[in-house]
Design a protein around this ligand. Structure first.
Ligand code: 0GY
Length: 304
């Protein structure tokens, strides 16, 4: 990892892969109102410094680039997820939400001692969830009671929880996860090992989580991160995301994950990712639920 600076400008990690400079225009046209429900903004670092406690330094990927990608891909709205490189400093996220003119909602990272005034400001900007991240290469997870305190703080706002964990964490964290009283959205299908069968032990347990706990949702995102087979079709991931779309059509979300932090080996073409949607959601009805109805219900229910 390259040296981290506290200056106003930041040097990306030496092995950092920048987002695709010219994504293709997808052949699949998303339905009106479609939402990219998992993407990030990074910096720009001279305006919104990266957090001192971060585990990586990305290249800047700001709101203007994100909104240009949204339009290029044929989407209408974004759900912008706070990334660990900004820690619990949500200023870049809030700035993007204000600039989006109602066409973006946010998922913030807050500490357990967040003030009511800060929560109210985040809500006014368009934040509707907090993110708990248990991926150890990104953050040091805290004791369960820390997250429960945050859940108590957000309850009155009607927010939900977005969780990022790896497949091996599901069994040990089962009791904690299933104790959460809010809607819970799991990032990237809980990161299955796609060399195992869809109905194998690992992904079987994840499907059981959704089957037995109707407050759980899943993002059917990140084929590029999970695939062993690789681009452009990521064929080994399609059965996993397709199974969730079919089994839980009202509790799935789709996102690009732009600007694809910490990708190793290759950077996906965002247009090619969009072209995979009809393969995981083969009917118009499934696609409308995945891209429009579900994210609107979760993030824009207070607004048409
Ligand atoms: C993602 C995935 C990653 C990073 C983060 O907050 C983050 O830094 O979520 C990752 O490295 O797998 O969803 O953006």
């Amino acid at each position: 990892m390259s040296e981290k600076t506290t200056q106003s400008a930041f040097t990306p990690d030496a092995d950092w892969l920048a987002y695709h400079p010219a994504p293709s225009r997808p052949r699949f046209r998303p339905p009106p109102g479609a939402v990219d429900a998992h993407c990030h903004v990074f910096g720009p670092g001279d305006r919104f410094p990266y957090a001192p406690e971060r585990n990586y330094t990305p290249c800047d990927a700001g709101k203007d680039e994100l909104f240009a990608l949204r339009d290029h891909l044929g989407f209408d709205r974004n759900v912008i997820v706070q990334a660990t490189c900004h820690g619990a400093d949500n200023r870049a996220l809030v700035d993007a939400l204000h600039a989006a003119d109602g066409r973006a909602r946010g998922v913030a990272t807050v500490r357990a001692d967040v003030s009511d005034a800060e929560l109210a400001d985040l809500h006014a900007a368009g934040v509707r969830a907090v993110r708990f991240n248990f991926v150890r290469r990104l953050v040091e997870p805290k004791p369960d009671r820390y997250y429960h305190r945050i859940v108590e703080r957000i309850a009155s706002l009607g927010w939900h929880v977005v969780i990022y964990f790896e497949a091996a964490d599901l069994a040990p964290r089962w009791d904690f996860l299933t104790s959460l009283p809010t809607t819970v959205v799991v990032d990237h299908m809980g990161r299955p090992d796609v060399t195992e069968p869809v109905d194998g032990q690992g992904f079987g347990l994840f499907q059981r989580l959704l089957r037995e706990h109707p407050n759980f949702w899943s993002k059917v995102s990140c084929p590029e991160r999970l695939s062993v087979a690789g681009p452009p079709g990521y064929p080994d991931v399609i059965p996993f995301s397709g199974a969730l779309v079919r089994a839980f059509p009202d509790r799935v979300l789709w996102g690009t994950d732009w600007p694809h932090p910490n990708m190793r080996g290759h950077m996906p073409d965002d247009g090619a990712l969009v072209d995979l949607i009809p393969r995981i959601a083969p009917t118009e009805e499934l696609r409308t639920r995945l891209l429009v109805d579900n994210p609107h219900r979760l993030y824009w229910s207070d607004q048409p």
